[in-house]
Ligand binder design. Structure first.
Ligand SMILES: Cc1ncc(COP(=O)(O)O)c(C=O)c1O
Length: 444
């Protein structure tokens, strides 16, 4: 695989314009960020590839930040969108929304019978919480440290991806009690992930419920079944099962945020299916429409959403083009048997990544399920040093022709389209291994 400088000259021309257009462009380090992130301007995208304006091709291990689950601009989804636009443009009360609501009820767990359309994952996450608060008439939500639910002020209040993201609107926060997420890595010394997940349950039952909030004041638990943005952590089965038991005992609702884990990313349609537990509200967006048109949805139980006074949604929620894209995406996922494929290829990819842990001493962990894959850098020199090495691997991977996901964290995430060609998947992993070797040489 050819090694190329990124960004190339044409990308830089566009990036120069951005300095005068987008927020932050006047900051002293704005120009440097291109090199830091190996930013390129995309010229076009198709299937499992991105092409930049300098003519470079990249294997896409980011899938539009885990949205383009059936590949970039899947022609059948594009056709469905065009047809819907020609038929409707934009209207309310159209046929596609009703068909999609029926379909979502069919493909989500049996107890979920009602659908509310939204515009984005952010809006859907806020709506899920709104249904839970309204139904239970209780004021408190339990959420997990490190979860991401969006960047609106409301979504940042119910999530906590980083302290920085909560800065400047501290006074607007409230109604949420955070507990640690059952992480797989960077947990207290001497504990394994299993023991840490037991500790989290102990913390909830013996500390939060004893000292912070009475159980009957809690409306629900907002959960990512696997924590994606916060570092690709996969909780043990017993964890979510115990949370369900507690929810049954105290009348809490489980609000399952599947914005990133849904639509086959983990090899099952929904991440929660790996745990075999019931949830009361399921939140979806991103992959719902194959990444083509933004819509989101909350799918909820009859009890919670059958009769409700909750408000949610906005002008373009459930737009005709979005619903048509979603119907086609769902058809493709089942027709092309993408779930089985992701399970098989995800296992094979993870085995390769685990070899990297053996081979390179600064790769601390490789973990994931299906195509929700992550690589954790651990140099032993602390988080900042690890973030920097992770960044280098991400940049060098880009220069070897693979675009993964790195967001100023010690983890590099690999989220390919579910239908990536087998040989392209392995070619991409091979290129990443070359990038890691290059970084290893630099570190020595
Ligand atoms: C778990 C989760 N919830 C909500 C969101 C917000 O979705 P959107 O960016 O579509 O608003 C994201 C986005 O990454 C997410 O990962």
């Amino acid at each position: 695989m050819e090694y190329k400088p990124v960004p190339g000259p044409r990308s830089i021309e566009y990036l120069e314009k951005i300095l005068n257009l987008y927020p932050g462009g006047a900051a002293p380090d704005a120009r440097k960020k291109w090199e830091t992130y190996a930013t390129f301007i995309t010229d076009r995208a198709e299937y499992s590839f991105l092409y930049d304006v300098d003519g470079n091709r990249y294997i896409d291990f980011s899938s539009g930040w885990a949205s383009n689950n059936v590949g970039n601009a899947h022609p059948e989804v594009v056709d469905a969108v065009v047809e819907a636009l020609k038929r409707y443009g934009f209207v309310y009360n159209h046929v596609y929304a009703i068909e999609l609501a029926e379909k979502l009820i069919e493909i989500t767990p049996d107890n979920l019978t009602r659908v509310s359309f939204e515009v984005s994952g952010t809006e859907a996450a806020e709506a899920g919480v709104s249904y839970a608060l309204t139904h239970t008439k209780r004021p408190i939500i339990i959420s997990f440290i490190g979860q991401f639910h969006g960047d609106s002020i409301g979504a940042r209040n119910i999530g906590s991806e980083s302290a920085e993201r909560r800065t400047y609107f501290e006074s607007m926060q409230g109604g949420v009690v955070f507990i640690p997420y059952p992480r797989n890595y960077r947990i207290p010394k001497g504990m394994n992930p299993d023991e840490f997940s037991d500790y989290v349950l102990w913390y909830l039952e013996e500390q939060v419920l004893e000292y912070l909030v009475e159980p009957n004041r809690i409306a629900g638990i907002l959960m990512e079944p696997m924590m994606a943005e916060g570092g690709n952590h996969i909780p043990p089965k017993k964890f979510w099962r115990r949370i369900r038991e507690l929810a049954d005992k105290y009348g809490w609702l489980l609000i399952d945020d599947e914005v990133l884990t849904g639509f086959g990313r983990t090899g099952k349609m929904w991440g929660i299916e790996h745990y075999d537990i019931k949830v009361d509200l399921l939140i979806t967006a991103k992959g719902l429409t194959g990444g083509l048109i933004p819509i989101g949805a909350v799918v909820g139980s009859e009890e919670v959403m059958g009769i409700t006074k909750a408000y949610s949604g906005s002008t373009f929620a459930g737009s005709p083009a979005g619903c048509a894209a979603a119907l086609k995406t769902i058809e493709i996922i089942y027709r092309d048997k993408l779930l089985d494929r992701v399970t098989k290829l995800g296992d094979e990819a993870l085995n390769i990544m685990k070899e990297w842990v053996e081979k390179f001493e600064f790769i601390g962990d490789a973990r994931g399920v299906g195509f929700l894959l992550g690589l954790e850098v651990d140099t032993g020199k602390g988080i900042k040093a690890d973030e920097e090495v992770a960044r280098k691997i991400f940049v060098e991977s880009t220069r070897y022709g693979v675009r993964a996901i790195w967001d100023e964290e010690p983890t590099i995430r690999i989220y390919p389209p579910l239908n990536i060609e087998e040989n392209i998947l392995f070619e991409g992993l091979y290129a990443m291994e070359k990038a890691i070797s290059k970084v290893a040489q630099e570190l020595n």
